[in-house]
Write a protein that binds this ligand. Structure first.
Ligand code: GLA
Length: 374
């Protein structure tokens, strides 16, 4: 009898433990809306470690991230919309999986295995973010994931041979995992049956001040990067690797994003450049960036296996897009830290290669870790 009672106690305690864990982490889903052709778009809500991340199956777009401030008050720290029609009207890649090749390819052209390819020129004279119908504009196939320390969603799709002009049937997997230590982990994987350029990122615009955070120019940024790949006026790399020391591009020590932004030029002005992440000895995924908002105490750390990270300070935002909370997104109302390979790498043999070949698997991991500071 004693053993049965003991077993009963263990079962109840165990159930309580599971329930407690479940209370800390959860996955929910619902219909978010319907595409013009009737396809259903679902939204998944992933809660763990005191944060909540919401993702829709259209473009793998991260629509919301709720994180606490220094007083424990949660707010949504990413730009976007609460309804599908905001995303259908057109937007500057809010929150999306970006590819087949994120960032730019000069003139939309590259030569691979002796053949010249011409991609869409959807950004002036160049190709940007996978073309007219990039990975941000298609529906991904979802599957819930539960691991010991995280809950998430796995998004898969096949990008067929010739999609947007790219060679090869490319099978892509992107996993968003929310951990018990307030991290959003993004795992990218891809295989192909023909050699193809590949560069994948997530294009979330952050504002650690929350929905009504306004300008991000007071946010303080540290980049673990001693050099950039400078660009011409059309944002195509010159091919140089340029040290940032002593220049307005230097964020090797914490500095307000806006402190020297007026010195970097650009049209529209602001930061929009790839940083070369400093190599890190030893185990673990290298640190790429740290951001803190002195007003709310929210912090963000970025770790990645990728060699580069694009600092983009929302220069093209001009108030014409009205997002969450009926906020008009003005210039510099959000910042992006797009982990990536370097822009236009297919045309720069001395940049780390972005060519994926049959028989190989592309894998990369990026971690966005949320926290607070007094
Ligand atoms: C990337 C580019 C920017 C801009 C945004 C999307 O961040 O580097 O120039 O095109 O995408 O608006």
């Amino acid at each position: 009898m004693y053993h049965l009672r003991l077993l009963g106690i263990v079962i109840v305690f165990g159930a309580a433990m599971v329930r407690a864990d479940d209370a800390k982490s959860s996955i929910t889903k619902r219909e978010f809306g319907r595409m013009p052709n009737g396809d259903i778009v679902e939204i998944y809500s992933l809660t763990n470690g005191g944060i909540t991340v919401k993702v829709i199956t259209l473009g793998g777009i991260i629509t919301e991230i709720h994180a606490p401030d220094r007083n424990g008050t949660h707010d949504d720290v990413v730009l976007g919309f609460y309804k599908l029609d905001g995303y259908l009207k057109g937007h500057p890649y809010f929150g999306c999986i970006t590819g087949r090749y994120c960032n730019r390819i000069a003139q939309g052209k590259f030569v691979l295995e002796g053949k010249e390819y011409q991609l869409a020129k959807n950004n002036g004279p160049h190709h940007l973010h996978g073309g007219n119908v990039g990975f941000d504009k298609v529906i991904w196939n979802p599957k819930e994931i539960r691991r010991d320390d995280s809950v998430g969603i796995e998004l898969t799709r096949r990008s067929p041979d010739g999609e947007e002009g790219y060679p090869g049937n490319l099978d892509v997997t992107v996993r968003y995992l929310v951990t018990g230590t307030s991290e959003l982990v993004i795992e990218y994987e891809a295989t192909t049956d023909k050699a193809t350029p590949l560069n994948l990122t997530n294009h979330t615009y952050f504002n650690l001040g929350g929905i009504r955070g306004g300008s991000i120019l007071h946010h303080e940024l540290m980049l673990n990067a001693s050099s950039i790949t400078p660009t011409d006026e059309t944002l195509i790399p010159t091919g140089k690797i340029q040290p940032v020391k002593g220049t307005p591009f230097d964020f090797t020590e914490f500095k307000a994003i806006g402190k020297e932004i007026d010195k970097v030029g650009g049209n529209p002005s602001g930061y929009d450049v790839n940083y070369v992440i400093n190599r890190q000895e030893g185990p673990g995924i290298p640190l790429a960036a740290k951001v803190r908002d002195p007003k709310t105490g929210r912090t963000l750390e970025v770790y990645t296996t990728e060699p580069g990270i694009q600092l983009y300070t929302g220069n093209f935002l001009d108030g014409t897009i009205v997002g969450k909370g009926n906020v008009s997104y003005q210039k510099h109302f959000g910042f992006c830290l797009e982990t990536q390979h370097f822009p236009d790498s297919p045309n720069h043999p001395d940049f780390p290669s972005t060519i994926l070949r049959p028989g190989h698997k592309f894998q990369s991991t990026t971690i966005y870790k949320f926290g607070t500071t007094k």
